[in-house]
Design a protein around this ligand. Structure first.
Ligand SMILES: [Fe+2]
Length: 271
């Protein structure tokens, strides 16, 4: 596993976000929220582009706020000039929309930004109080593995934590947040995504705030962010992006990429 060395300095509270999907409006609101809540550092688990408009707009925000970014499957595909995003869809309709979105994003991501994406690490190790965190995109073993709450038994979670030599794994990619602690207090936190809502009928998006507890251990909060989703929807319409994507931003219901959802997660949505 290629990782960066442990983050230097002592950290007590961090924000972790994923799946920006070219949503600069949501990114700005999330960074403001994290700062207001006292986050000492902000980490992004990748997938900066896709789905939304004007992909180049998120990079200056990330740089201005010193966000430490790891590489998602979308970032890897853009950096290497792949033909598709490597999102792992099997349904033809999902692949149709994924291709449209990828082609739009590739054509509008500057060469300099694509070069920067190529430099990002696949993992990061962070020490938070006495806890060792492993930050990744899909899972520690595969950039585009979906870790769903309903299909990740405790046994698998324990093995992933053993292999990662970590007290907590933080991931994104699936688009749905969840958090589980094993009896020994080791954890998995899927931080959700900030680029699109999470199929719950509201336009808000989610990220994670992690705080080292004074006597050891970890406090994990999954936090909603309200942002100017109407501005995002209008920007998407002006760019001619698929109406199905715009509807999701406005309504909070997923209209595409549903085939990958396990039955329990899909039953919570409208479609
Ligand atoms: Fe992803």
């Amino acid at each position: 596993m290629t990782t960066t060395p442990d983050e230097p300095g002592e950290l007590h509270r961090i924000a972790v976000l994923g799946g920006v999907y070219s949503n600069a409006h949501a990114l700005a609101a999330t960074l403001d929220d994290a700062r207001a809540r006292g986050a000492e550092a902000v980490f992004c688990l990748g997938d900066l582009g896709g789905f939304g408009p004007h992909p180049d707009r998120v990079f200056p925000l990330l740089h201005a706020h010193g966000v430490r970014v790891i590489q998602g499957n979308y970032d890897l595909a853009l950096a290497q000039g792949h033909d598709d995003c490597g999102c792992g869809y099997t349904d033809p309709r999902d692949n149709h929309f994924a291709r449209l979105s990828y082609r739009y994003t590739f054509d509008r991501t500057s060469r300099d930004h694509r070069r920067w994406l190529a430099t990002l690490p696949a993992h990061r190790r962070v020490r938070l109080g006495d806890r060792r965190l492993l930050l990744c995109h899909g899972s520690p073993r595969q950039v585009n593995e979906f870790l769903w709450e309903s299909t990740t038994p405790d046994g698998l979670l324990g093995r992933l934590l053993d292999e990662a030599r970590a007290d907590a794994i933080l991931c994104t990619h699936s688009g749905l947040k969840w958090h589980r602690a094993l009896p020994d207090d080791r954890r998995l936190v899927n931080v959700g995504v900030i680029g699109r809502p999470e199929n719950d009928g509201t336009p808000r998006v989610w990220y994670a705030l992690l705080t080292a507890e004074p006597r050891g251990g970890l406090d994990v909060e999954l936090l909603p962010v309200d942002y100017d989703h109407e501005a995002q929807a209008r920007d998407m319409e002006a760019e001619g992006l698929p109406p199905e994507f715009v509807e999701t931003i406005r309504t909070g219901w997923w209209t595409t990429c549903l085939e990958v959802l396990p039955a329990r997660e899909r039953a919570r949505g409208r479609f």
